[in-house]
Design a protein around this ligand. Structure first.
Ligand SMILES: [Fe+2]
Ligand SMILES: [Fe+2]
Length: 407
């Protein structure tokens, strides 16, 4: 437990730290860590309200971390849901929106509505004594969840939480509430953006012979290579979300060419090749990083490592990384997937073609990474396998349940 003045200072710093986290899981873990330090308690856990249920999100525990390490502890205390009722301590706090300071969970007076659930303690040999349970509220005073602080420690002994702890915990949980709300909103916006990206890419593919699974597989393959090349997680995600838009420029290619069943003649091929530039023009001038990345993918995914690709005939490392990555993913997927006009090529034959194009079409290092990850590649391919109905996308238009779509 840190001194009161120290605590105020610390609370200020914590507020700043919490407000700068963009990922909800990271934020929840930081909240728990700070709660443990500020309150000087052994453990802390957090529940969030989701669809009228309480969802156990995360925990930290000095005792379990020491006994098992962080990874095993987290694997043991996985997320779970519980009904929102006054029978549980967390439920009671969430419903009444007021804090509970319980000196000893085994001495809860019989008249109280809530009971302590000893399941975990009994299973793992832990003894929860004192609990300080705070509602986490947003700026509108609505309850977002519950923060539980477990076993206050003083001079290495478990003790109860006192009035001063309460005060600090109140300020802390209101900071946590604002941070959780902001981060959730940011995450929702990010999700909405990505969902839109994917749906637009699917719309573009509608006119093409490809299926919506093609763009999923290409995204996953491209991210797999980036991951194996040890790119940072932010770059891996950017590539993942930029890859679906590689062929968005096909929106500007006439149906007669795009949907021609046989091979294209040289004149038609020239028009078809314009899809990379059209795509880049659709995506240019954006301020959003993922869209800018998509522009580069759209423009560069048909460049070849030896400089014989299009539209700029770029060579080697002059081809942007994302273009080189998506080229491997796109070609491999085109070779190994079934189309209305062609059967699926056996994997070995496709890999032979890929290997023969090492250093001519494909970046050698990236190709090696891809070929060295075939177990993951197969897993992605099986997960997003094309089904017969994926090919005839417009077949059932007119027979769907419009009331269902309206919902
Ligand atoms: Fe393309
Ligand atoms: Fe493609």
């Amino acid at each position: 437990m840190i001194e009161k003045n120290e605590s105020v200072k610390r609370l200020l710093q914590v507020g700043i730290a919490l407000s700068s986290v963009e990922n909800l899981d990271t934020l929840l873990d930081l909240i728990l860590k700070e709660a443990q330090e500020l309150m000087g308690c052994d453990g802390a856990s957090i529940f969030l309200l989701e669809n009228d249920k309480l969802v156990f999100k995360a925990m930290r525990s000095g005792t379990y971390f020491k006994m098992w390490g962080e990874d095993k502890t987290r694997a043991t205390f996985k997320t779970f849901e519980m009904p929102l009722t006054k029978n549980s301590i967390a439920g009671y706090v969430a419903i009444t929106a007021s804090a509970l300071n319980i000196p000893d969970v085994s001495q809860i007076p019989a008249g109280e509505q809530y009971r302590y659930d000893p399941t975990f303690d009994e299973k793992y040999g832990y003894r929860t004594v004192s609990l300080l349970v705070m509602p986490i509220k947003n700026k509108k005073n609505q309850v977002l969840g519950v923060l539980e602080m477990i076993n206050a420690i003083e001079n290495d002994k478990v003790t109860k939480f006192n009035g001063e702890d309460m005060e600090i915990a109140e300020s802390f949980s209101s900071q946590a509430g604002v941070a959780i709300q902001n981060t959730s909103l940011t995450e929702q916006l990010r999700e909405a953006n990505f969902d839109t990206i994917f749906r637009l890419s699917v719309a573009a593919e509608y006119r093409d012979k490809e299926t919506s699974n093609h763009i999923k597989r290409v995204s996953y393959y491209a991210r797999l290579i980036a991951d194996k090349l040890r790119y940072c997680s932010e770059d891996c995600s950017l590539i993942f979300w930029a890859a679906p838009m590689h062929d968005i420029g096909k929106l500007g290619i006439p149906d007669a060419i795009l949907q021609k069943p046989g091979p294209l003649d040289p004149e038609e091929r020239k028009i078809m090749e314009k899809h990379s530039v059209i795509g880049a023009k659709v995506l240019k001038d954006s301020k959003v990083p993922v869209i800018l990345k998509s522009k580069v993918v759209a423009l560069a995914h048909h460049e070849k490592y030896d400089g014989t690709g299009y539209p700029m005939k770029l060579k080697g490392n002059a081809i942007p990384v994302e273009g080189r990555l998506v080229a491997i993913a796109d070609v491999f997927d085109a070779l190994t997937s079934k189309r209305v006009y062609k059967a699926q090529m056996p994997e070995e034959q496709a890999l032979k073609i890929m290997r023969e194009s090492r250093g001519t079409h494909f970046d050698p290092e990236m190709l090696d990474c891809f070929l060295g990850s075939m177990a993951d590649v197969r897993e992605i391919r099986d997960k997003f396998e094309d089904k017969p109905e994926d090919f005839d996308k417009l077949k059932d238009v007119g027979s769907e349940d419009l009331n269902e779509l309206l919902k």
